[in-house]
Each structure stands twice: as structure tokens, then as C-alpha cells.
Design a protein around this ligand. Structure first.
Ligand SMILES: CC(C)(COP(=O)(O)OP(=O)(O)OC[C@H]1O[C@@H](n2cnc3c(N)ncnc32)[C@H](O)[C@@H]1OP(=O)(O)O)[C@@H](O)C(=O)NCCC(=O)NCCS
Length: 182
């Protein structure tokens, strides 16, 4: 992976590196119960947890297992959400994709515009062959988001994660490079 953080630009957005200075803004949405409902983490209770999350974004990039972009509106610096790759398995050319957006910005196609750029980067620059999305069945907005990008629902992974004291089933969605190219 190249050293300089790749900034991605779309019609309305700039996707950029997240730094500790963004902690307050990230805390705003990662402490929101609705945003965190199907996230696999409890809503954050302090800005320190946001700083830990940012440190994690930096560490996955350093060890080449992921990259996370901060979503900003053009002309405004503030991070309103994030998206990117995690659990990259380079020998298998595959990765999971993750995303979330501050509630104030839902329903405007911003997540769509962001992940479209991220997916393109994944196939063209990271040379991925397969991008996976693992989504809880009641998380309809996320399923709609990936289905609009052409992801295929492959099946239900039963009791796949243990979070907040319970086991969760997760749908496994995937998009292949060949689906993206055609
Ligand atoms: C998943 C999430 C990012 C989706 O946000 P979103 O704003 O619904 O997603 P999109 O960018 O696809 O926007 C689509 C909506 O915007 C509308 N829209 C408005 N302008 C649009 C445009 N220019 N392009 C596309 N859609 C547009 C669409 O009609 C659609 O509305 P609908 O859902 O009523 O059909 C958001 O629900 C979220 O942050 N959820 C919590 C975090 C989470 O669960 N993350 C995933 C864990 S697996």
C-alpha cells in the first residue's frame, strides 16, 4: 500500500484521512444509539473511545489490513461519517467493507456516493477480487445500500458474532471485481 493517504473526491464529497482532531465529530455519531443499532459495538460514551477508534483506523492501515476514509462535504472540513475496508486478507484478494453516516445526513445518497468511490478504489488500486459486507438482517438501510451497488446476498451466517451479550446472525453479501467491471 502506498504511504500517502489517498484522498478520494466525488461530486459532493471529499473522502480523507481521519486524525485525532476529528474525535469530537466522530463521537457525535458513534455515540448515537440509532447509528450504532446494528454496528456490533455499544454506543460510545466518551471521546476517548472515539480516539481509540481513530487509533484503530491508523493501525489497520499501518499493518495493511484496512483503510478508513472520513466522509466530508466539499468545502466543509467536518467528518460526517466514515467508510472503508477492514479484515483485508491479501493472499485471497478479499476484504470486508464498513460504513456509517451521521443521522443528520441519511437519505441523501451520501453513503451511496462514498462507497461507490471506495469500491472503485478497492478493485482498481488495492487489486481486490472480492468485497464482502456482513449485515444484520434487520439492518435494511445497509442492505439497500449494498444491493444498489450490485452486491449479492450469499446466505445467512448463523450466530456469527457475539456482541452486547448476544449472538447475531449476519447476511454475507459480496461483490466481485468481475461484477463491478460488467
Ligand atoms: C447504512 C447507512 C450509511 C445508509 O445511509 P443512507 O443515507 O440511507 O444511504 P444512501 O446514501 O444509500 O441514501 C439512500 C437514500 O437517499 C435517497 N437519495 C436522495 N438523494 C440521492 C442521491 N443523489 N443518490 C442516491 N440516493 C439518494 C434515496 O432515495 C434513499 O432513500 P430511501 O432509503 O428512502 O430509498 C445509514 O443508514 C447508517 O449510517 N446506518 C447506521 C450504521 C450501520 O448500520 N452501518 C453498517 C453496519 S453493517
Amino acid at each position: 500500500m502506498e504511504n500517502k493517504f489517498p484522498i478520494l473526491e466525488t461530486d459532493r464529497l471529499v473522502l480523507r484521512e481521519i486524525t485525532p482532531e476529528d474525535a469530537e465529530n466522530i463521537f457525535t455519531y458513534l455515540s448515537d444509539k440509532e447509528v450504532m443499532k446494528y454496528y456490533g459495538l455499544a454506543p460510545f460514551q466518551s471521546v476517548d473511545e472515539a480516539l481509540d477508534e481513530i487509533a484503530w483506523y491508523q493501525s489497520i492501515r499501518e499493518n495493511n489490513t484496512g483503510i478508513r476514509w472520513g466522509i466530508t462535504l466539499k468545502g466543509k472540513g467536518e467528518v460526517i461519517g466514515s467508510c472503508g475496508f477492514l479484515n483485508i486478507v491479501s493472499q485471497h484478494f478479499r476484504s470486508d467493507i464498513g460504513f456509517e453516516l451521521s443521522k443528520d445526513y441519511w437519505g441523501q445518497g451520501i453513503a451511496q456516493e462514498s462507497i461507490e468511490a471506495v469500491i472503485k478504489y478497492g478493485f482498481e488500486q488495492l487489486n481486490l477480487q472480492r468485497i464482502q459486507a456482513l449485515i444484520e438482517p434487520p439492518n435494511e438501510a445497509s442492505q439497500k445500500l449494498v444491493e444498489r451497488q450490485g452486491f449479492i446476498k450469499e446466505g445467512l451466517l448463523r450466530n456469527y458474532e457475539f456482541t452486547s451479550g448476544k449472538f447475531d446472525n449476519l447476511y454475507m453479501y459480496s461483490l466481485l471485481k468481475e461484477d463491478f467491471e460488467n
